[in-house]
Design a binder for this molecule. Structure first.
Ligand code: P6P
Length: 335
């Protein structure tokens, strides 16, 4: 594991990928190209996101859709851009997207990778200019190249991810990803059109004093969630809930904290999706020395059974998640 090789802050994403690839003697370069394809789509979605507010002004000021059509919703645009980037590169054989009911089989016999992606999470935040994010997981197909795509290729536990990441379209746009050798963050410089290494080898603080949860659902919580949140309050922790998963996760990753989306009456299995939200963030958390659980087992150990299945998600600083689990499991046992 050469993650100890210091990469100077300011390295471009391209150079970083090339350097890292040289550490994998058998790397064919396909994963590297895939990461570049994702970064390109992120740049395009970043531009669309920044201009979305102007779309309705039209004319000389804003973006009038050349066909003069109804301005498409940004999450639809993001889906199109990422699907195009992921299919053009030739490395991908199948895609699971939050925006697609079923698996997209690219009929690409040489594609080795399966992608699960939420092209733009938190779309309800777009119109009010709150940070939003793209979340993606990369798996290697299990069945031989050229054979039909099967459930075995798609329903992989998070532990089998070869890479995962997110793009945060916030006060600045960042790409944060892991290939299983640590977590690195890149900040986008729009004037140069480049991502620059700004957060090398991200390690989450082992403990924290920030909790992120929608307290409006308090009366629906069970299994110790209320007891844990009451304890956070007794310790005068800070409540920080943006309502945009990537933004809440990223802040907690850097500053320490815990994000909780428990099961509720409305969403008995939680609200967040396993394949293209929880698994990617759980892999990043794992690589950054943090934890992610569904309240019973690590997120990465969950064997998926359906494309869009939901999961409760408790993710963040190790000691905070462990504390939550000790309270929650204690409560479940008392049941
Ligand atoms: P609630 C956004 O809709 C999202 O999927 C996540 O980004 C966010 O953390 C969560 O749902 C917010 O859900 O129920 O608190 O509005």
């Amino acid at each position: 594991d050469n993650s100890g090789l210091a990469y100077s802050v300011g390295t471009t994403l391209d150079r970083f990928i090339k350097l890292k690839q040289s550490e994998f003697p058998f790397a064919s370069g396909e994963l590297s190209q895939l990461l570049r394809d994702i970064a390109l789509a992120a740049k395009i979605v970043n531009r669309e996101t920044n201009r979305a507010g102007l779309a309705n002004i039209g004319g000389a000021f804003g973006q009038t859709n050349v066909q003069g059509e109804e301005q498409q919703k940004l999450d639809v645009i993001a889906n199109i851009r990422f699907m195009r980037a992921l299919s053009k590169g030739g490395e991908v054989c199948a895609i699971v997207s939050e925006e697609e009911d079923s698996v997209i089989d690219l009929q690409n016999k040489s594609g080795k990778y399966v992608i699960a992606i939420d092209p733009l999470d938190g779309s309800s935040n777009i119109d009010v200019n709150i940070s939003i994010g793209t979340i993606f997981s990369i798996y290697r197909r299990k069945t031989p190249p050229g054979s039909p795509i099967t459930k075995e290729d798609i329903m992989q536990p998070g532990r089998d991810q070869v890479a995962a990441g997110y793009v945060l379209y916030g006060s600045s746009t960042m790409l944060v990803y892991t290939t299983g050798h640590g977590v690195n963050g890149f900040t986008y410089e729009t004037s140069l059109g480049e991502f620059f290494l700004s957060h090398p080898s991200i390690k989450a603080p082992l403990d924290g004093s920030i909790y992120s949860i929608n307290e409006g659902l308090q009366n629906q919580w069970k299994n110790g969630v209320k007891e844990y949140i009451d304890e956070c309050k007794s310790k005068n922790f800070a409540a920080r809930y943006i309502g945009s998963l990537v933004a809440d996760f990223h802040r907690n990753l850097l500053k320490g904290g815990i994000y909780l989306y428990p099961s509720t009456e409305k969403n008995p299995d939680g609200k967040l999706r396993l394949l293209y939200e929880a698994n990617a963030l759980a892999f990043i958390a794992d690589q950054a020395g943090a934890l992610a659980t569904n309240g019973e087992i690590p997120i990465l150990n969950i064997q998926p059974s359906s494309l869009h299945q939901r999961t409760p998600l408790f993710i963040g600083s190790k000691k905070m998640v462990q504390r939550f689990e000790s309270i929650s499991k204690g409560k479940v046992l008392q049941k």
